[in-house]
Write a protein that binds this ligand. Structure first.
Ligand SMILES: Nc1ncnc2c1ncn2[C@@H]1O[C@H](COP(=O)(O)OP(=O)(O)O)[C@@H](O)[C@H]1O
Ligand SMILES: [Mg+2]
Length: 485
């Protein structure tokens, strides 16, 4: 009998994929090289959500018998970083957990660990804040990790205050040197940045002992694999919705997982099906609806921050720029294209304004709706924002008689947001306050109830001409949760 899985194990929008992990072939060999080269330390970078943590977790799981992870924050100090690692090593030394039994570990290392441990507990019992005991040097930590053949993953290292990063950067050399005695010991620093240098500014002479691994956004093929693996694991057929989901994910795997998960949940697929169940295009509607509703607080905050400005100068810069970028394709536009687009409406729009406000719009205080891609293009931080800003600010486009899968999802997103704005008492409010300020925006003035992105002639759900041109697939009657409209 084939195995049965829960849908939450298969589609994992907010946790690291394990069962449905898709290999990242473009980065695999560099990663494996870093893991297997003694003394190599690793810096992993790439935009948030592209799959850095998941990749590391899966590969370390395959190659290390155990590893520890420390998560950094803005307030973290270097001392806290070392202490956190030490704390996590404790069960391996005191309870014999982990790869080798404590017997395999040299008594000197064992004794050293106990000694450090005792000095920490003493500090705690004296009600002092946890100061770093003198004995807990990076050398010691490297030794404690090395003796257990363990790897130390430092997540979100880019968030650490710059002055706290310096000693860590210096200690990379120490970890590298420890490899002569303990070949397995490795530190991995992960950061959501565009360059490795923004994660760790390490000593240039460490150049050949540090591997910088860039994890790119997922390709459409990789995203498609997530869907295909998922449908095999759950014994369902997602081919009717796959393309729309993949295109709308824009390289971000969590969106792909989320839309697929929503589609399953809305169709009542909670685990592997006994009889293969086929999805239709229509199943995207409730999936998208749930996606939009679940994100409505975030969407609201971002739109208000970006568009609800109080002081207006000659130009309403953010609005002008967002409208221009939203009029372009989902993957974004380069600077010159945006400028040309803006100048077709505002002939004298200054280039320096565009430069300045593009940057502004990447900041949290302005809703962080835009981001620059590695390809020089400026795009929205998620397709959902592209669609909504397009619906609000750009002239509606005329859709082809047969919408593409992407247009179908765009339409569903816009319609769902219009419904949400009208049905929620708080979303209709024109004033919004949060920690960054007070903003005014009348969301309703942009959307009529039942709003359609492409005008009335185009995408209407009842039209039969919109049936997918795919062969009719068997759909178990017992499993059908919604009548086709
Ligand atoms: N290789 C992969 N295969 C399948 N799903 C993945 C893969 N990489 C990431 N994901 C999914 O994408 C989302 C974000 O991944 P994550 O590793 O947290 O990104 P990052 O650490 O770069 O911010 C998670 O929902 C995860 O399940
Ligand atoms: Mg991560």
């Amino acid at each position: 009998m084939p195995s049965s899985y829960y849908v939450q194990e298969v589609f994992t929008p907010s946790t690291q994929a394990r069962l449905n992990f898709v290999d990242r072939t473009s980065v695999n060999s560099q990663l494996m090289d870093a893991i297997y080269t003694a003394g190599k330390q690793l810096i992993v970078y790439g935009e948030s959500g592209c799959g850095k943590s998941t990749l590391l977790m899966n590969k370390l799981h395959d190659t290390y018998s155990s590893y520890i992870t420390t998560r950094c924050s803005k307030a973290m100090t270097y001392e806290q970083l070392l202490l956190d690692a030490f704390d996590q090593l404790d069960p391996f030394y005191t309870q014999g957990r982990g790869s080798r039994s404590s017997k395999g570990i040299s008594p000197t290392v064992q004794a050293a660990f106990i000694k450090v441990s005792a000095s920490i507990s003493k500090a705690e019992s004296e009600q002092q804040s946890r100061a770093l005991p003198l004995q807990l040097t990076p050398q010691r930590l490297a030794e404690f990790l090395g003796a257990q053949s363990m790897c130390w993953v430092v997540e979100d290292f880019h968030k650490m205050p710059p002055e706290q990063k310096v000693p860590f950067a210096q200690s990379l050399k120490i970890f590298s040197d420890a490899s002569t005695e303990y070949p397995g010991v490795m530190v991995v620093a992960i950061g959501a940045t565009d360059t490795a240098r923004e994660v760790v500014e390490y000593d240039p002479e460490m150049g050949n002992r540090v591997s910088e691994l860039y994890v790119p956004p997922m390709t459409s093929e990789e995203l498609t694999r997530i869907i295909e693996n998922g449908q095999d694991l759950l014994n369902i057929n997602l081919s009717a919705v796959a393309e729309g989901i993949v295109e709308y994910s824009l390289g971000v795997p969590s969106v792909c997982h989320q839309l697929a998960l929503n589609a399953c949940v809305e169709k009542g697929v909670m685990s592997t099906q006994k009889v293969r169940l086929a999805f239709t295009w229509r199943d995207l509607d409730p999936a998208v609806d749930r996606y939009v509703k679940d994100s409505s607080d975030t969407i609201k905050a971002k739109l208000f921050r970006a568009l609800g400005r109080r002081v207006l100068g000659k130009y309403d810069n953010c609005r002008i720029i967002l409208a221009a970028v939203a009029s372009g394709p989902l993957p974004g536009m380069i600077f010159d294209e945006i400028l040309t687009k803006i100048r077709s409406d505002h002939r004298d729009y200054p280039e320096k304004n565009l430069r300045r406000y593009l940057r502004e719009l990447t900041k949290d205080e302005r809703g962080q709706l835009l981001k620059p891609g590695g390809d020089g293009k400026w795009r929205f931080t998620g397709a959902i924002y592209h669609t909504l800003v397009q619906a609000m600010l750009s002239k509606p486009r005329q859709a082809a008689p047969n919408p593409s899968p992407q247009q179908y999802v765009e339409q569903a997103v816009a319609r769902s947001w219009a419904d949400t704005v009208y049905s929620s008492p708080t979303l209709g409010n024109t004033v919004f306050s949060d920690t960054t300020g007070t903003y005014t925006l009348d969301m309703k003035s942009y959307f009529q109830p039942g709003f359609t992105l492409y005008g009335t002639t185009a995408v209407t759900v009842s039209s039969n001409s919109l049936e997918p041109e795919k062969p009719a697939l068997y759909q178990a009657p017992a499993r059908r949760t919604r009548e086709p409209k």
